[in-house]
Write a protein that binds this ligand. Structure first.
Ligand SMILES: C[S@@+](CC[C@H](N)C(=O)[O-])C[C@H]1O[C@@H](n2cnc3c(N)ncnc32)[C@H](O)[C@@H]1O
Length: 222
């Protein structure tokens, strides 16, 4: 999602340090202090305008939520929602997910949501897909044993690519797959993109995975 550049977005984000964490690198290993509790931490990567994560933070007050988005103008929409809701368990980060291992220490994250990630259809851009092995290895580092990754997408080629990446990871267990999430399950929390696709009668593909950390020697290749 590339919203028109909104003048002053960067400043508005900077002016709201209660909600927007401007220097996530300095918080590495300290996120529980940021939230002031030891609740699990769930991260949405590419949160867009934030409908999903704001609703989740409202409904799950005992979970801390982090909304990560690479564009100021898009994250500003999340800030506008959060400024109304004032949820103590939601913080915003404006950054590129490529750098997440410098924002979080090992085993700091309990769940990752990848909702309608950019598909990057050209082969030469495959490395930018958020389920490329490069990203999965980063998630592995920052996530706890037993934590989850949940993906939703309307793009079958991206879904197929993702599954091919997942099955190459001995440390990822596939718990559930759906070729039509909204037919298979009642979904309470949707994203902005998802609402649009449902209107268009598109199918939503879904994968749920668990991170398995152990003494497996393959992990040493990470
Ligand atoms: C297609 S939109 C989906 C937005 C939202 N999840 C939804 O479903 O409505 C993908 C979002 O991910 C963000 N994004 C893409 N790559 C990213 C990255 N490497 N790091 C952080 N955000 C990223 C984009 O800026 C965009 O807002």
């Amino acid at each position: 999602m590339r919203l028109r550049n909104i003048k002053g977005a960067k400043k508005k984000l900077r002016d709201n340090p209660d909600y927007v964490v401007s220097d996530p690198v300095s918080k590495q290993g300290k996120w529980h202090d940021v939230f002031g509790n030891n609740h699990p931490i769930h991260l949405e990567i590419g949160c867009g305008k934030g409908q999903f994560i704001v609703a989740m933070a409202n409904d799950y007050p005992d979970v801390n939520f982090l909304a990560l988005e690479k564009y100021d103008s898009v994250l500003l929409r999340v800030l506008e929602k959060q400024s109304e809701e004032k949820l103590p368990n939601l913080k915003l980060i404006r950054a590129d997910a490529r750098h997440i291992t410098s924002f979080f220490t090992n085993d700091e994250i309990d769940g990752v949501y990848l909702n309608f990630s950019d598909p990057w259809p050209k082969r030469r851009h495959a490395k930018r897909r958020l389920t490329h092995m490069r990203f999965l290895k980063r998630y592995y580092k920052i996530m706890k044993n037993g934590s989850f990754i949940r993906q939703r997408t309307d793009q079958f080629p991206l879904f197929e690519f993702s599954i091919n990446q997942f099955i190459r990871c001995i440390w990822l267990e596939i718990d559930a797959l759906s070729l039509d999430l909204h037919r298979d399950k009642d979904i309470n929390h949707t994203t902005e993109f998802e609402d649009r696709f449902i209107q268009e009668d598109k199918r939503i593909f879904f994968a749920s995975l668990t991170i398995k950390k152990g003494d497996d020697p393959h992990e040493k290749n990470l």
